[in-house]
Design a binder for this molecule. Structure first.
Ligand code: NAD
Length: 358
């Protein structure tokens, strides 16, 4: 099998789907790797490091398997061979046209978003690896924008109280945000509509904010709230939020617009100099005043909604992603290194979004 690694073409995307260490591992499984010239440059990985690891530089789109970070464009899909396989974030819920184009081209697609979140597939869980990067980075952005310290300081010039940080939506990104804010010395609190998260929040030394609204959906994800629940949640959060210096939001429901958790009134109630980092900008945002991709100041509160945070840490984000992608690929390889997916395997059956049949 030959695996192609393209240079990512989406604006601002600095990650690459494989890194040299992982190339070496795949080579040892009998897989050839073809990288596009400059594929790793965004992550500061020169072509030489790929070739040293056993890859060749060439046209990745002509390979049997193409691994990507972001969904391929229509033009790129047009360069794939019928019967080829693409593995990457394919946005099956938010960009069904990509899946349709892959199907039309007779290409087999595996979406990293659709890898089931079961223990056996943890090594392939790219949503988690990238959410960890994002959760960490969101806290650093908040600290950078804040007019106040995160840690408590006892100095000759007086004592500074620690910042208080609230994380709304405590999935993988939220847990990492809580852990990072704690390491910087903030007093942390977590909130979610999935009550099972409470113990995880407490184990990170954070307080659990209980607003009495539960919304557990399918597959361990949250469900969308009803209109009444939503209004009640916003009202209760409005009261809670005003006491915090930093609010980091990560709430998402797969395939839906992100819920509004931080209303304009809540922002107005926050102390001047406070910061909201809205990590749900890609799906519309959790804060009513969010402008996705922008940093705005409203009522003297900074509201940042950075997009694609993992791309801002391309080295480690690529390294983790490459391990996820290669673990999924290796699951499909037989002993000779040929592609032979077992469709009875739940991980492959669920992550496959097109079977390469027209
Ligand atoms: P996500 O990005 O889809 O959402 C982030 C968080 O927002 C979730 O915790 C969700 O409950 C919360 N949320 C949604 N609507 C909300 C609302 N109205 N108010 C408050 N919070 C709201 O989540 P994720 O990080 O991708 O994690 C989703 C699930 O996957 C979790 O159950 C997680 O434990 C599970 N998971 C399992 C494994 C595994 O076992 N291998 C690995 C990773 C994640």
């Amino acid at each position: 099998t030959a695996v192609g690694v393209p240079r990512e073409s989406a604006a601002g995307e600095r990650r690459v789907a494989l890194v040299p260490k992982v190339v070496e591992k795949l080579r040892s499984r009998g897989v050839e790797v073809v990288v596009e010239a400059g594929a790793g440059l965004g992550a500061l990985i020169p072509d030489e490091l790929f070739t040293k690891a056993g890859a060749t530089v060439g046209d990745p789109w002509a390979c049997d398997v193409v691994v990507t970070v972001t969904p391929p464009t229509r033009e790129q899909i047009g360069r794939l061979r019928p019967g080829a396989t693409v593995i990457g974030f394919l946005a099956p819920l938010t960009s069904p046209e990509t899946v349709a184009a892959l199907r039309e081209a007779g290409v087999q697609g595996f979406a990293m978003e659709a890898v089931p979140r079961i223990s056996r597939a943890q090594s392939m869980d790219a949503l988690s690896s990238q959410a960890n990067v994002a959760g960490y980075k969101a806290v650093l952005l908040a600290a950078e924008r804040s007019t106040r310290f995160f840690p408590m300081l006892t100095t000759a010039a007086g004592t500074v109280k620690p910042a208080t940080a609230l994380v709304l939506g405590v999935g993988v990104a939220g847990l990492q945000a809580l852990a990072t804010a704690k390491r910087l010395g903030a007093r942390t609190t977590g909130y979610d509509v999935r009550p099972e998260v409470a113990d995880q929040v407490r184990s990170l030394g954070a307080q659990w904010l209980d607003l009495g609204i539960e919304a557990v959906g399918e597959g361990g994800y949250a469900r969308e709230l009803t209109a009444d629940e939503r209004a009640e949640q916003q009202k209760r959060l409005e009261d809670a939020i005003t006491g915090f210096d930093v609010v980091i939001t990560t709430a998402n429901v797969p395939g839906r617009t992100a819920p509004t958790l931080v209303t304009a009134a809540a922002v107005e109630g926050m102390r001047a100099g406070s910061v909201v980092v809205d990590m749900a900008g890609e799906s519309g945002g959790n804060c009513e005043l969010t402008e996705p991709g922008e940093v705005v100041v409203k009522h003297d509160v900074t509201i940042a909604a950075p997009l694609n945070l993992p791309a801002t840490m391309p080295e480690h984000a690529s390294e983790l992603y490459a391990r996820n992608v290669s673990a999924l690929l290796e699951l499909m390889l037989d002993e000779s290194g040929a592609l032979a997916p077992d469709w009875d395997d739940e991980v492959l059956a669920k992550s496959c979004v097109t079977r390469g049949e027209k």
